[in-house]
Design a protein around this ligand. Structure first.
Ligand SMILES: Cc1cc2nc3c(=O)[nH]c(=O)nc-3n(C[C@H](O)[C@H](O)[C@H](O)COP(=O)(O)OP(=O)(O)OC[C@H]3O[C@@H](n4cnc5c(N)ncnc54)[C@H](O)[C@@H]3O)c2cc1C
Length: 467
């Protein structure tokens, strides 16, 4: 697959992400200045680390909270994502129900929905302008097999407590009046999603936590995380609690190397598109857009009238290596462009302005966790499998309650304290993930060619990777 992609004169591949284009890449703040004592040390300044710091500082202004960040706050997925503040669970209700029962899994789902409003409310209260619009999400099926999956998704979510107000089928007229996707055969719509500008949210959060007195040290890599201490080349932080909030980069920490697999996702963004294109597409920009392909896509209309369009990215790197500063492969850019212009032919006369990729953390059972071990003081949250924008907020509030030793509705949620086995050693990891990608591509091709149900190849891929 290698179509010619029209690139703008200002095209950039990498440089963290498009979301930093307007403001420029942030100049990292001061690093840690020697050995330090704290109450809570948090490793990683993405949404997880910063929300945790935010809620701790709000609840207990007397606590000494230190955040240690290897690059700059928002360098990771939090500054690169698709901007879906989504109500989707980072995991499956079946797996959460297995340990805590179906009611607990439903409660977790409701907590996700509420977390969207919590993020919107805090952004408003803290004066964080992150281009937030809560306009829901439309998911389209563009072939018969995807349509079958869409109907199965609807039935599945109904069985897990989603009402018609949470998710519903659109009529063809409703679908067309929202977003006109070429080849769409069906669509569902849910109000539980908001568009955000990811980097504005994470940098706004940084300002808020610094304003609350939290010390955020940038350019400070943690090389060892152990009971009550985080070791860096610039000194050791000794703290009652040490929280790992490193998501897709977790494999870099030796003792957690096989905990979460770093999986890539890539995005492209167009130039600002003229009104003629929007008239053809009919997208007023309120809702997010996704599909039901195995090589899925996700998109938003940005506040400045571009389409930011993402999907599965460049392949997993051998040994769980993580990326450089967000560069992606040319063939990934071609694949995304082909998908985008297939869905929106009117975009084909315009150009791509930026492409990038990032890593997300995937646990062996594809279900996120949050945990604090009071004996060692070590805690963590993550493994969001690409659904971390909202989940990280729920994680931050849950880690606050766990650290403060409070039994609350949040600490009773079924993702708290989940134990999951690690990934297989190499080369099995590499072979498994690459096989999954190949099978998903083949499954999509067969379904696009007329297969009316989900290809068996996709089911094999799910089995191999434990999805
Ligand atoms: C391209 C892409 C699109 C996505 N789209 C969406 C979406 O639309 N909706 C959604 O819900 N989710 C999406 N996700 C996932 C979502 O962005 C993440 O789940 C979420 O941002 C994770 O936040 P985090 O703070 O846990 O991790 P990160 O934002 O990755 O932050 C981890 C931080 O830890 C730092 N760090 C790592 N190791 C160390 C160390 N040893 N010492 C010090 N610091 C360290 C990193 O530099 C980084 O800043 C997407 C992800 C990608 C990559």
């Amino acid at each position: 697959m290698s179509v010619r992609v029209p690139l703008s004169d200002t095209f950039v591949n990498g440089d963290v992400s498009f979301w930093y284009r307007a403001e420029g890449i942030p100049r990292p703040g001061a690093p840690l200045d020697g050995d330090t004592e704290a109450d809570v040390a948090i490793v990683g300044a993405g949404y997880t680390g910063l929300w945790t710091a935010y809620y701790l500082a709000k609840a207990r202004p007397d606590l000494r909270v230190v955040v240690l960040e290897r690059e700059f706050a928002g360098y990771g997925a939090s500054g690169r994502n698709g901007g879906w503040l989504t109500g989707d669970l980072a995991g499956t209700p079946e797996r959460f129900a297995r340990t805590h029962g179906p009611l607990a899994a439903r409660t977790l789902q409701r907590a996700m929905f509420d977390s969207i409003d919590e993020v919107v409310a805090v952004a408003g209260a803290e004066g964080i302008d992150a281009d937030i619009v809560k306009g829901g999400v439309m998911q389209v099926a563009t072939n018969a097999a995807q349509d079958a999956r869409l109907r199965a998704l609807l039935a599945h979510d109904r069985a897990w407590g989603w009402t018609k107000d949470d998710l519903r089928l659109l009529t063809a007229a409703e679908r067309e009046s929202r977003i006109r996707v070429a080849g769409a055969v069906n669509a569902v719509w849910s109000p539980h999603c908001a568009r955000i500008q990811p980097a504005k949210l994470v940098r706004g959060l940084l300002r808020a936590v610094r304003g609350l007195g939290v010390k955020v040290c940038e350019r400070t890599p943690v090389t060892e995380l152990a009971a009550r201490k985080a070791v860096t080349p610039r000194g050791t932080v000794t703290a009652r609690y040490v929280i790992r909030a490193t998501e897709g980069f977790t494999a870099d920490l030796k003792q957690y190397h096989r905990a979460w697999l770093p999986m890539n996702s890539s995005m492209i963004v167009t130039e600002p598109l003229p009104s003629s294109v929007w008239e053809a597409i009919g997208w007023n920009g309120d809702e997010l857009l996704g599909d039901l392909a195995h090589y899925y896509m996700y998109a938003q209309r940005t506040a400045d009238d571009r389409i930011a369009f993402g999907g599965r990215g460049k392949p997993y790197l051998y040994g769980s290596r993580v990326d450089d500063r967000g560069q992606t492969h040319n063939w990934t850019i071609s694949a995304l462009w082909e998908l985008l212009t297939g869905m929106f032919p009117a975009v084909a006369d315009h150009r791509v302005d930026h492409a990038w990729s990032g890593v997300l953390g995937v646990p062996r059972d594809w279900c996120s966790t949050v945990h604090v071990d009071h004996a060692s003081g070590i805690g963590w949250a993550g493994g969001y499998t690409g659904h971390g924008v909202t989940t990280a907020n729920l994680a931050g509030r849950t880690l606050r309650d766990l650290i403060l030793g409070e039994d609350t509705e949040l600490t009773a949620l079924p993702w708290v304290g989940r134990r999951v086995r690690g990934w297989e050693p190499e080369p099995l990891r590499y072979l498994g993930v690459h096989t999954m990608y190949r099978l998903y591509r083949m499954a999509d091709a067969r379904e696009n060619a007329g297969l009316r149900r989900t290809s068996a190849l996709a089911r094999i891929a799910d089995t191999i990777t434990g999805r």
